[in-house]
Design a protein around this ligand. Structure first.
Ligand SMILES: [Zn+2]
Length: 263
């Protein structure tokens, strides 16, 4: 159920092996680092100062080495998908599905040889129930995880622990946060530059093996949503993963640029 075909399985296994090899090197490099200046807060503002932001209190540190590509797993919940992203033995869950999705997400973790105790971060792309419905359960199972969402959506998201507001310029676990408002006001996407992977929630949809815009039936502000698509089109990545529809693997950002050109 987690993987729909052998091509994808082979891809995932290859990606996993490559990541493991580099991840082992990464752990060594961290252990050998004695320079305290190489450590920084996990959530850092590269384009805006965050010295007054509560997100600097996150206890997790960014690796002093260049990030490796994440290994990732789609948790196909039928109507919607959640994603598990992993590197260096730690996992990030992006979106949590409707209530009751915890078991499927756990299976996604196990497929990457990880468990709840390895989940350091949970990122919710936006406030809709099919993306944040299992957040309370996930946060309780991933007892050490920090949760994140866009500031404008946080008031409408239930979580047993306070969520950290993130937006442009922030990074979590070496994943860049891209503010992609429109579908909801606080919608965010997640970009792994090292791995060429974007997880875009409902800023885009997968359709017929390609890329479609935000669903107008469920989108607050289509003009703003379209601007967010143009913003995503400025990035370069091979793979895009959606809340709804199959991921596009291979030259994904070009498809988004083509879509954006027609908006
Ligand atoms: Zn939505």
């Amino acid at each position: 159920m987690m993987r729909s075909d052998m091509t994808r399985r082979a891809f995932m296994l290859d990606l996993g092996r490559g990541t493991l090899a580099v991840a082992m090197f990464g752990v060594t490099a961290i252990a050998c680092s004695t320079d305290p200046t190489t450590s920084a807060a996990a959530v850092t503002g590269s384009t805006n100062p965050v010295t007054t932001s509560p997100i600097t209190t996150s206890p997790v540190t960014t690796s002093p080495i260049a990030p490796t590509a994440v290994a990732w797993e789609r948790v196909n919940l039928g109507f919607v998908s959640a994603y598990v992203l992993a590197r260096r033995g730690e996992a990030v869950i992006v979106d949590t599905g409707n209530p009751g999705s915890e078991d499927a997400i756990e299976a996604g973790l196990e497929s990457l040889d990880l468990g709840w105790s390895d989940v350091a971060h949970v990122i919710v792309t936006h406030l809709h129930g099919d993306h944040q419905g299992s957040l309370p359960g996930v946060m309780n199972l991933a007892a050490d995880a920090t949760g994140y969402a866009g500031a404008l959506d946080i008031p409408e998201i239930s979580s047993p622990r306070e969520l950290v507001p993130v937006g442009d310029g922030d990074s979590v676990f070496d994943l860049e946060i891209i503010a992609t408002p429109g579908h909801t006001r606080g919608h965010i996407s997640v970009f792994d530059r090292a791995g060429g992977l974007a997880v875009v929630g409902d800023a885009l949809n997968g359709r017929d093996g390609g890329v479609a815009g935000a669903n107008p039936d469920f989108t607050d502000d289509m003009a703003t949503a379209n601007e967010s698509i143009k913003k995503l089109a400025e990035l370069t990545f091979d793979t895009v993963a959606f809340g709804h529809g199959d991921p596009v693997i291979g030259n994904a950002s070009q498809q988004i640029a083509d879509l954006a050109a027609g908006l």
